[in-house]
Ligand binder design. Structure first.
Ligand code: FES
Length: 130
């Protein structure tokens, strides 16, 4: 069996939603100290819905594929729905990752959660200033 599924290879070779959102409403970063890979997620929020999402990943192919798949899974979803996205769901959507690459999908889950937290912290600050 091939080490990587066709879906992993597809998202690695043609990653969706790569880039930066200059005027992002929330930005989240996650890193793995062991491999040194870093993932950054940018979200745009419209009401309660993630209207746009982009990522930058300085990391391995599985991390790039995981970020790409994760962005597709949360685009158009509410913040609460996006918060429930688990790394397991990302890995399953990619038709699985090798055991030593599961942590790459954890970065995607963590970066999305961090971006949503960043967005919510910004809202809370604005409310306080009122
Ligand atoms: Fe660390 Fe893939 S090897 S994110």
């Amino acid at each position: 069996m091939a080490l990587y599924s066709d879906k992993v290879m597809d998202h690695f070779r043609n990653p969706r939603n790569v880039g930066i959102i200059e005027d992002a409403d929330g930005v989240g970063e996650a890193g793995n100290p062991i491999c040194g890979d870093i993932m950054k997620m940018y979200i745009k929020v419209d009401g309660d819905v993630i209207s746009d999402v982009k990522f930058e990943t300085f990391g391995c192919g599985s991390a790039i594929a995981s970020s790409s798949m994760a962005t597709e899974m949360i685009k158009g979803k509410t913040l609460d729905e996006a918060l429930t996205l688990s790394n397991k769901a990302v890995a399953e959507a990619l038709d699985g990752l090798p055991a030593n690459k599961v942590h790459c999908s954890v970065l995607a889950e963590e970066a999305i959660k961090a971006a949503i937290e960043d967005y919510r912290a910004g809202i809370a600050q604005k409310e306080q200033k009122k």
